[in-house]
Design a protein around this ligand. Sequence first.
Ligand code: ADP
Length: 348
Amino acid sequence: MSEELIQGFLTAIPLPAVLVDQSERLIASNPDAHTFLGQQIVGRHFATILRQPLMLDAIEGCLRDRKPRETKHLSNDGAQDTTYEVHCRYVPTIGAVMAGAVLITFQDVTQVEQAGQMRRDFVANVSHELRTPLTALMGFIETLRGPARDDAAARDRFLSIMEGEAGRMNRLVGDLLSLSRVEGDERVRPRDTVDVTAQLRSTLKSIQPVAEDAGVELHLSAPDEPAHVTGDPDQLRQVFTNLIENAIKYGNAGGVVDVVLTVSERDPALRAAALRVQVIDKGAGIDPVHLPRLTERFYRADSHRSREMGGTGLGLAIVKHIVNRHRGRLRVESDLGQGAVFTVILPM
Ligand code: ADP
């Protein structure tokens, strides 16, 4: 096969690809390979270009016994790591003295690897979050069967702690189910018409008892007329509930939570007609270092306080997905000691 023909085949392969012959030099490469291996690579020994031991073993092995090999290649362009799945396949009767060559192709699997890692982290997190209350429950069951068997006062106390732990597990399972539902339909646009003013009034009414228990006053500022968006009423209610409950939980020191609805013909964030719902508390606030990660599943700015307040660490992840589904934006502004402002911007 002529050099031109070989080069033509390599260029047509929709993946980075190089050919190494029995002289152990690169005899051809395609433009996709140049983007991460460099320009002047043809003619050089493969070990000067692909230095990773697993790669060297795979190429040498394939040149020796002509059997296919698969391996991984990690590359870093200074900004980010990329993981390639590498396939080595023997091509007969080309290269030096027509003794055959190894075709090496690189498939970028970074996203697949990242998704796999996220799934493993998620399973580990869920197991950990469930195990903590479960361990407490098992400990109390043992105590109730043994030393506290005939102690009525201890029994009552332990049962109420157990109720709390079972409630924590129940909330976690509920939030996990919500999250999976919300993630599942994120691509499907909601179709109902929702009056956000009415929705906020009724949400505040149902949260009122929680606010009273925490000694927090809830204030709503909204136009008198209805403010309509195309949305999913249950999901929007969940967004407002999660944000207001967080403001009560973490901002209770401030004593007051303001919910402000404004409507704009041309919102600067969406460059279109939109409404903004702001949930403002005057509590301890959040260190800005945490802000970029706050909507990640199980991310907590203050784990101790979150657990103490019975938080699952999933509330803002759910909010983020619902807002995305509505093609809206979520903004968080806060600083330590300055309270927090969570803003939901929804297209109208
Ligand atoms: P959680 O169940 O822990 O409340 P969320 O996803 O709702 O989980 O919130 C994530 C974290 O963000 C919380 O653990 C808390 O540290 C922080 N947070 C959320 N809202 C506020 C707020 N209004 N003030 C201060 N911190 C907040």
